[in-house]
Design a protein around this ligand. Sequence first.
Ligand code: SAM
Ligand code: SF4
Length: 458
Amino acid sequence: MFIDHEYIERLLDNARKSTAAEQEQAVVKAEQGELLTHEDIALLLQVRDTALLDRIFAVAGEIKRNIYGKRIVMFAPLYISNYCVNNCVYCGFQRCNELPRRKLNREEIQEEIRILEKMGHKRIALEAGEDPVNCPLDYVLEALDAIYETKLDNGSIRRVNVNIAATTVENYKKLKDKEIGTYILFQETYHKPTYEKMHPKCAKGNYDYHLTAFDRAMEAGIEDVGAGALFGLYDSDFEVLGLMLHNEHLEQEYGVGFHTISMPRLKKAEGMDLDKFTYLVDDETFKRLVAIIRIAVPYTGIIMSTRESAEMRKELLHYGVSQVSAGSCTGIGGYKEEEMGRTTEQFKVSDERRPLEVLKELMDDGYIPSYCTACYRQGRTGDRFMQLAKSGNIGYVCTPNALMTLYEYMLDYGDDELMKRGEKLILEETEKIEREDIKNLLTRNLALMKNGKRDLYL
Ligand code: SAM
Ligand code: SF4
């Protein structure tokens, strides 16, 4: 199997014995933009010296700015079913928790989508527990239809990323046919003994089947896959190297690695006691992990959810996070329930602000919030996306798209204050675009949007 535990342990053991000079060498390699080896990544994970850490944060920040510019992609999760046959000891939906189990019917999904569209969302992550009887794949496929078909005024969901249990090639083909965006699946932990302990006596407990899910997804033609580890289950350094080996395996076998990496940290949930988890990751460690992943896989998007507080998210955006959720609910029918003042969630969220507020703060901090979904609709998936990213031309596509989708948001969902700030930002950013043809196209499209046109992209 491509996650060689002994190899990872050896890398970590050697790195633990390293000298400050050896660690600095790895930092210098990162600063010079050299390709990092597994040994280098293990060394970076050992750095505790504040001056060296500052250099790691600085490189991560520079990579982030060079590749992603000021853009931050926005999304929201949608929970459609909390039926679950699994026993994941950390999750509020685990089967032994006695809670009202339900799944949304078509009308309820549409209701949730209309609420999300009213918030301005264009991209969602569909979430469900695993239950072949109560939540079979056909139900998920119908949910996808319902989501893509639901339009409210100018609102529409244009990209649905899907986070559901590991499944078969045949099922992945069906998901691909429904034009999903990224297929997301977190390995939770790459450490097999811990994995088995965390998923006792249940379908998800098969480590190898879970680990090879992306192989099956890719065999089925899904090119964008989103990985993640649930930080807090096992040694975070092991997880980072696990993610790297998994990514390289996919690159070697299928020519393209992870499209995104999600970085969830374990949160309090029903039926679990956070104090029993001995590997919880503190804020300082978490910042290091984000920065090191940013350096190690520059072209892979890093996703941060509302599990993190507004302050933490703000800081992590500097070091590498490129996508954030906003206004999230983690309960079934959570958006409607929230409107009515009730929720039953999978885990606690920390950042409860509405998207409009999040957008304003992002703009105050110099970012361009983006609702862009153009790439996969233009066929820029898998290695075609990666080639564009690596060529450095991504800015010519993504920045104008970010500005257009921001303008769309301002016109349809913003207030006067956002409009004033947004117009200034769009003007300034348009001026900075070096290619005249792109600048002209953007200016023309913005004018068309002012006159009512929507969904313009490059
Ligand atoms: N049921 C599918 C699965 O387990 O892969 C996908 C959906 S599940 C709702 C999404 C993710 O939520 C899980 O992969 C897990 O990492 C995360 N999660 C579960 N319990 C959590 C907790 N207490 N704190 C933070 N994240 C949690
Ligand atoms: Fe079910 Fe997923 Fe929660 Fe596990 S993490 S109990 S599979 S919803």
